[in-house]
Design a binder for this molecule. Structure first.
Ligand SMILES: [Zn+2]
Length: 259
């Protein structure tokens, strides 16, 4: 149940590095600059960037910060392959943040750190390198998408943090699009937050958060106006979870483009 970590001939435990090579090659073919943000031995952190020649919104996309949540890592492959990450946006993409966790199939990094709680005062050199990169951006990102998975709910859900006043909800548009072909989590409370038809708008005060900052909270601090965290249900087949992630990313891009 939900433990599969293989897709299209790649297994994240056994053949992660062939998969990483595939992603880097594909990104180069699509005109991205491919770099290693943190050259840790055995777990290099890959970053893909591309600036559009046009005056367009900038988008941040990340996956694989929790090593037991593979759907987003695979979805980035499919999105690159079909050309969905196009010149309508400037791009900053982290296709797999927690490489060592992905290799081991564990939520945390082998150091014991939950990388998605390490953004306030980073203890991990990987997250320190990522924060330095985010802070070196010339301007704030317009939208960030963080691809995650959850064992508990039976359907897709998302967290939306949007600081634009009176803006039309991009999260709502994503739920509507994903819901056409996939189940949406029905619970009125998910992970301690109240949810409405799979949409959570968490009320959080970063200054009093006890567990450390997730990537999305770090970005809300003047670094990005719209933060969407997508959660696919780990109990469903991996191929369907990958479709959900791809569908959610494309729906959010469409909503941003037409906002
Ligand atoms: Zn996660």
């Amino acid at each position: 149940m939900g433990l599969a970590r293989h897709y299209k001939g790649y297994h994240l435990g056994k053949s992660y590095f062939s998969y990483q090579t595939r992603i880097r090659t594909l990104a180069q073919q699509r005109g991205f600059a491919v770099n290693t943000l943190h050259p840790a031995p055995g777990e290099p952190l890959t970053i893909l960037t591309r600036r559009s020649p046009k005056d367009v919104p900038s988008v941040y996309l990340s996956a694989g910060i929790h090593g037991n949540e593979p759907s987003g890592v695979f979805a980035i492959h499919d999105l690159l392959l079909e050309g969905a990450l196009d010149e309508a946006f400037h791009w900053t993409i982290l296709p797999c943040i927690n490489v060592a966790g992905i290799l081991a199939g564990t939520r945390e990094h082998p150091s014991g750190i939950d990388l998605n709680r390490d953004f306030r005062e980073p203890a991990s050199p990987i997250i320190r390198a990522l924060c330095d990169c985010i802070d070196s951006a010339m301007e704030p990102f317009d939208m960030a998408m963080h691809l995650h998975e959850d064992w508990e709910p039976g359907g897709f859900y998302l967290y939306e943090l949007d600081s634009r006043p009176d803006a039309k909800s991009i999260g709502q548009a994503v739920i509507e699009e994903v819901g056409k072909n996939h189940p949406i989590a029905e619970a009125a409370e998910i992970d301690g937050h109240s949810a409405e038809n799979g949409l959570i708008r968490p009320v959080v005060d970063p200054q009093t958060m006890k567990d450390g900052w997730p990537e999305a909270i770090y970005l809300t601090q003047g670094r990005c106006k719209i933060n969407l965290t997508f959660e696919t249900p780990s109990r469903m087949p991996i191929s369907e979870r990958i479709h959900m992630q791809s569908c959610a990313v494309k729906a959010a891009l469409h909503a941003l483009r037409t906002a």
